[in-house]
Design a protein around this ligand. Sequence first.
Ligand code: GDP
Length: 455
Amino acid sequence: MLIFDTIAAPATPSGPGGIGILRLSGPRAETVLLGLFHPTRPRKQLRSHQLYHGQVVDAQGVVIDEVLAVVMRAPHSYTREDVVEIHCHGGNVILRRILDQLLEMGVRLANPGEFTQRAFLNGRLDLSEAEAVMDLIQSRSEGSRRVALEQMQGRLSRAIHGFQNTVADLLALVETYVDFPEEDIPLPQIETLGDQSRDVRQQIELLLQNFENGRILREGLSVLILGCPNVGKSSLLNALLGEARAIVNPLPGTTRDTIEEHLSLGGIPLRLVDTAGVRETSDLIEAEGVRRARDKIAGADLILFVVDGSRGLTPDDLFALELCSGQRLLLIVNKSDLGTLPLVEELSALPRVEISAHTGEGLEALRQAIIGFFRAEDGREGFDTPLLSDRRHREALVLARQALERFESAVAQNHSVEFLAVELREALQALGQITGETTADDILERIFSRFCIGK
Ligand code: GDP
């Protein structure tokens, strides 16, 4: 275990609550607790992992709050250091007073994610498991919670460790021949080298194939609401959200900027983006809206292309449609309560749902159609492969796959053993970026700085 200083931070969000928890970690955590905590029943020593009732007092011995306190001695704690939790009443002033007292006693305020960083540095979690802790806290849907929990419990890590072991064995074998350059690797062994690498590479391939589903569960399916002004985009967004968030206005061109809202549909997180109405325009602000919409179109998983079915198609609709070429579209024919005119050929090939954002007619069919877009790709039910959800992990796996491909073709072409060893080391380096063994310090910093204080 590495020795660090002692840190403290509130582990619960600010604002009034039933309880508020302050957390300490480090070699002085218990001593510091004993300096301000008076157990109701005095005792010489606190037992690990047991809650004690008592009072927290300030430097003058004046009571700050009545609390419960627990010591979790190393290594059986979240950070593998001595950890202390003080459960006080959940009020900002109380937490602040106790925290100030701890800081006066020489404890340092923890940086965001520092507890988890210590758990990682002390080997309790590997990097992908540590990253999953934050994903779990931030998950916005049942699906993202499930993926984060699996990852936190080491499902992805176990797969990666399996790859690392095989590649390390291959490397050990190849290196024996690097040390005895006059010897060639015997032919049968050469063949198994290639086979073993292929086997790992195929498993990596499976993980990569599942990435889209994992990413959508982690980041949310990005759904863009697009169409020309006044077709009812904001009304649709509100109807889906079930509350009036976006501004609805009968004048064309009111939703000038993009609005992003999150919701969960059938366990799938959605990032729903309402764009400014797009149409050819000389108005500078509106033109800026069109430019932003173009950027969003490129990054969307699905576009809800809205038209006003009661009005029939206009040149503006066609202009907006052109912006979306090549993207996955679902045609929303809105205002069905006003009657629907037949639509022109350009739109007849698109999957469509008729709705009324006003009466709610067709909304359920729309929800099912959106979920259907995700489910069509989700062939993972009962699958043995863990779900890859993080872009950083994906990039590392792509590098590992490429290194193994190069290794296999080098084996096939009978390249020198030094050359083979280089490719295997690259594969190991890439895999280690996921679990954290080979991750550069600046990347580690960036990962943990995204955490919240007190985790
Ligand atoms: P946006 O510019 O595309 O965002 O359109 P809005 O949502 O602001 O709606 C423009 C106008 O159409 C408003 O007056 C809405 O009340 C009206 N509208 C929207 N959806 C419907 C609908 O389903 N039926 C009817 N009758 N009017 C609608």
